[in-house]
Design a protein around this ligand. Structure first.
Ligand code: ZN
Length: 206
């Protein structure tokens, strides 16, 4: 893993500073990925695209935050910006607020927020920890994702298949998996088909 320069950015509403870390290279060694597309790679950390300011609670897109300066990776964080905070992924309540406040400007941005919600709820659902309200939210969020995600690229076909499987719509899930082209790894395709056949609605490790 080779870190790139650290950019210092500022909240779009207050003077709070954040360190936007970058990676020049990383790898998926030792990582684990799941059927819903979520993954954990120790050698390739993921960074949030949307954050909630810890000072003023403003939700903002990291790409929209003013750039204050850049520290070369050797410096870690330059002396002038020692107080800059790490970017952390929002909590589910904050993502829900982002939906309520419609802070997205494109379909891609709405999809990004709803996928984060889907992943958090899948984690709880797999442990059997979804409350009735969360289950309602889970269904509503999944149905909205099905409206938004178009099957024009293989990754999206898999997301759609997975949403159908999560919702117990196994025939539609199978139909989507069968649409994956021959370049798609057949072992992964078979795993999806096996879980559909077994009528499993939970997320599984790939
Ligand atoms: Zn702020």
């Amino acid at each position: 893993m080779l870190p790139g320069p650290n950019e210092i950015i500022k909240c779009t509403n207050c003077d709070c500073l954040y360190v936007k870390r970058t990676l020049l290279s990383g790898n998926t060694f030792g990582g684990v990925s799941f059927s819903d597309g979520s993954a954990f790679y120790p050698m390739m950390p993921q960074f949030p695209k949307l954050i909630s300011c810890s000072e003023c609670d403003t939700l903002f897109w990291v790409k929209d935050a003013p750039l204050i300066g850049t520290c070369e990776w050797e410096d870690d964080i330059c002396e002038d910006w020692q107080n800059a905070m790490e970017l952390t992924f929002p909590l589910i309540e904050e993502y829900l607020l982002a939906i309520e406040q419609k802070i997205y400007k494109s379909i891609d941005e709405e999809v990004y927020i709803r996928i984060q919600i889907w992943w958090i709820l899948n984690g709880l659902r797999n442990k059997g920890q979804l409350t009735q309200d969360e289950n309602f939210l889970y269904i509503e969020n999944s149905l909205r994702l099905l409206e938004l995600v178009k099957p024009n690229i293989p990754d999206n076909i898999l997301i759609i298949a997975e949403l159908y499987r999560n919702l117990g719509r196994f025939d539609e899930a199978k139909e989507m998996v069968l649409q994956l082209n021959d370049n798609f790894p057949s072992d992964i395709k078979q795993k999806f088909l096996k879980h559909i056949k077994n009528k499993n609605t939970k997320t599984f490790k790939l």
